[in-house]
Design a protein around this ligand. Structure first.
Ligand code: SF4
Length: 368
């Protein structure tokens, strides 16, 4: 097979980019999936899709995206919403920080420019939640600005195309990927080129089993030429996971369960949970559980008697493996603050729950 100017570990020349970009876009025109956000060039709708798709599978996003746009059809509608409404509309998608930042950005845009998103990546990056990827994706797809949009898919495809010897998320390899993406996006309409690159990574150049025989770049790809394209990108060994334990207070009365909203500035800020202590390293420890839950109760203005452990779930956050043990607690009803609530378990999902609280709740009905 003829190989067109490929090399291992080197960047992409302008001449190669001019050869590769049209082939990729032609492939995209034939094979692109019919996804709801591809029917519109409305910057707000494109922004919503890009935020939802970060760290979330396309299949999970499709239904939620349409429901979100029905509830918040344009940027002013999102800006006018209460934070709790936005979080509830995001329920199930996880990574709630994305929703909070999108809401903050919508309010900033409405205040500064009357409701129109800025049209360049550089201006978008000044808004909350816009990193290099999201700014590049929105600017190129909605406004055809020739800027790269490098997500995990694009890193993988380009590090294979060039058989980069380093981790494409860091250092020299990351700079090479970005410069290759820039050269490619200057050769075709940016909204097509960037989406085509992402689509190639999602459908053909997949993480474990790239389907090189179906790839428009097969005869130019340096990783394919090595015979083991799946061994790219080169990644550092994963961080070792750490076991930690937290304790949740399960207080119930005839009206439901006792909930608290996570404080601002910390993990899962603004979401609701069965009040949960900070983590400690290692396995569950009953003495420590009682001490931490009593301290948490005092912090929340409650007088709890800590009972017995009733439920246990496992949960992962980054490299932490968290065991959450729920203890029954008892005590008099105290006046509520805006961050404390009683709610029936059947209604609790509408509050916008942490992932750990959702898991606890799924196990609890059999115990209530
Ligand atoms: Fe990925 Fe294979 Fe295409 Fe190379 S030829 S870009 S490894 S699918």
């Amino acid at each position: 097979m003829e190989r067109r100017g490929q090399g291992t570990g080197t960047g992409l020349t302008v001449a190669r980019a001019r050869d590769l970009a049209p082939r990729l876009v032609q492939w995209y025109r034939v094979h692109a999936r019919d996804l709801p956000w591809r029917h519109r060039r409305d910057p707000y709708a494109i922004w919503v899709s890009e935020v939802m798709l970060q760290q979330t599978r396309v299949e999970a996003v499709v239904g939620r995206y349409q429901a979100f746009l029905r509830q918040f059809p344009d940027l002013p509608a999102l800006a006018a919403a209460e934070p709790a409404e936005v979080l509830a509309a995001w329920a199930g998608l996880g990574y709630y920080r994305r929703a909070r930042q999108m809401h903050a950005a919508a309010r900033a845009v409405l205040g500064e420019s009357g409701g129109s998103l800025p049209s360049t990546a550089a201006m978008l990056r000044l808004l909350p939640g816009f990193g290099a990827y999201t700014a590049g994706a929105v600017a190129s797809i909605a406004f055809d600005e020739p800027v790269p949009a490098v997500d995990g898919n694009v890193e993988r495809v380009l590090s294979r195309l060039l058989a980069l010897p380093g981790d494409p998320a860091r250092g020299e390899a990351a700079r090479t990927v970005r410069s290759a993406a820039q050269r490619l996006v200057e050769c075709e309409p940016p909204h097509l080129l960037n989406q085509a690159l992402m689509e190639l990574g999602a459908l053909v150049c997949t993480p474990r089993s790239p389907r090189c025989a179906e790839c428009p770049w097969q005869d130019s790809c340096a990783a394919n030429a090595t015979g083991s394209p799946e061994s790219f990108p080169r990644k550092p060994p994963p961080r070792e996971s750490v076991a930690v334990t937290a304790y949740a207070a399960i207080q119930r009365d005839p009206h439901g369960l006792f909930w608290r909203r996570r404080p601002e500035g910390g993990h899962n800020a603004g979401l609701w949970e069965l009040p949960t202590t900070p983590w400690h390293g290692g396995a569950p420890d009953e003495r420590r559980a009682r001490q931490l839950l009593s301290e948490l109760g005092r912090e929340l203005g409650q007088e709890w008697t800590v009972g017995e452990p009733v439920v246990r779930v496992r949960h992962g956050i980054t490299h932490h493996r968290i065991t959450v043990v729920g203890y029954g607690v008892d005590g008099p009803r105290r006046p509520l603050t805006p961050d404390l609530a009683w709610a029936d378990p059947a209604d609790a999902d509408a509050l916008g729950l942490t992932a750990a609280a959702s898991k606890l709740l799924r196990k609890l009905p059999t115990l209530l």
